[in-house]
Design a binder for this molecule. Structure first.
Ligand code: SF4
Length: 340
């Protein structure tokens, strides 16, 4: 891939189309945005959309225009102002960080990624974002949007989450000393407005010419998700034998294994092709089937009914219903429904 051409195309697009966000300096502007405001916006945006965060951002910066003002605020005031943004631990971290900047750094945010990372509550993403956007440092800013863009640009076949280190490395290949803050924001904008999760707008994408995901014909397939392993299916037969006193025949299951030691209906083995094993010779009739999902497999159980006698643990049907494991209760209900 021609990384330089991709960079140029995306930066050109950003120069034309950058979203006007309240915490942003316009693309290419010489003056950098206030680190306090960048940091505040990034913390807010970690849990909500730009539209939802904007009024909170406006209220916070009006009430606490500097990091020193926020550091001096009462905990309760800040928590109340945060209400509606959720994740209160973040509001507490926000205060802890503001106080550390005020106390330990003279009210000035550190200008390196490492220095930012050392602040309380500042994680790898926020440190990189503030370093790039506020200080124009060549930091690799990778969030879910950027991961998605990289997975598509390079048609990464490894499923997430295993692909994350690879996606980070791919993103790092684009980071240079040339306008790193604008590059980070251009990628964010592309992920948020064009390379959208479900329906990417590839016909409006400035880097479509290089996109290997688009070349596959199904870019929305990336990032590839780990397929949930499908549960194996087993089949079985269950036998509901009733007598003329309104009782049902139960057996105690072997101590080891599934539902070990519990009362249950007589059944065949549960396997791919179980052989029917009725507990006594009788006029067995098929009452229907039930499905039950166990942790490691799902079971299709055919339920047969008959009347008769024999050496079983006999229990009144109502009592049996409430005491049996769910799979047998379902089978018993199937049999009773058929009798109604
Ligand atoms: Fe995303 Fe489509 Fe652009 Fe590829 S061409 S980066 S899939 S929007």
């Amino acid at each position: 891939m021609d990384l330089i051409a991709v960079r140029r195309a995306l930066i050109d697009w950003y120069d034309r189309e950058a979203r006007g966000l309240p915490w942003r300096a316009p693309p290419g502007s010489a003056g950098r945005p206030d680190p306090y405001r960048v940091w505040l916006s990034e913390v807010m945006l970690q849990q909500t959309t730009t539209a939802h965060a904007a009024p909170y951002y406006a209220a916070f910066t009006k009430r606490w225009p500097t990091v020193g003002d926020l550091a001096a605020a009462e905990d309760g005031e800040v928590m109340a102002a945060w209400a509606g943004l959720g994740y209160y631990a973040r509001a507490r971290n926000l205060l802890a960080c503001a106080r550390a900047v005020a106390r330990d750094h003279g009210g000035v945010f550190p200008d390196s990624e490492a220095g930012l990372l050392a602040l309380p509550g500042v994680g790898a993403y926020t440190a990189a974002a503030v370093a790039a956007i506020a200080f124009d440092q060549a930091a690799n800013v990778v969030d879910g949007n950027v991961e998605r863009v990289m997975a598509r640009l390079f048609a990464v076949q490894t499923p997430v989450p295993a692909a994350r280190p690879e996606l980070r490395r791919l993103a790092a290949r684009f980071v240079t000393d040339e306008r790193p803050g604008d590059w980070a924001q251009a990628l964010m904008d592309l992920g948020a407005t064009v390379c959208r999760p479900k329906s990417p707008l590839c016909d409006r994408c400035p880097v479509a010419f290089a996109c290997q995901g688009l070349a596959t014909g199904a870019p929305e397939r990336f990032p590839v998700k780990t397929a949930k392993a499908e549960r194996p299916r087993r089949m079985g037969h269950a036998y509901v034998l009733t007598d003329d006193q309104g009782r049902v025949a139960l057996v105690r299951r072997p101590g080891k294994g599934l539902l070990g030691g519990m009362l249950g209906l007589p059944t065949s083995e549960w396997s791919a092709e179980p052989v029917p094993t009725p507990p006594i010779p009788a006029d067995w009739r098929l009452a229907g089937a039930i499905e039950h999902v166990f942790t490691h497999f799902s079971l299709d159980l055919r339920v047969h009914t008959a009347t008769g006698t024999g050496e079983f643990l006999w229990a009144p049907i109502d009592e049996a219903r409430t005491g049996l494991p769910t799979v047998f209760r379902k089978a018993l209900d199937r049999a009773l429904a058929q009798q109604d």
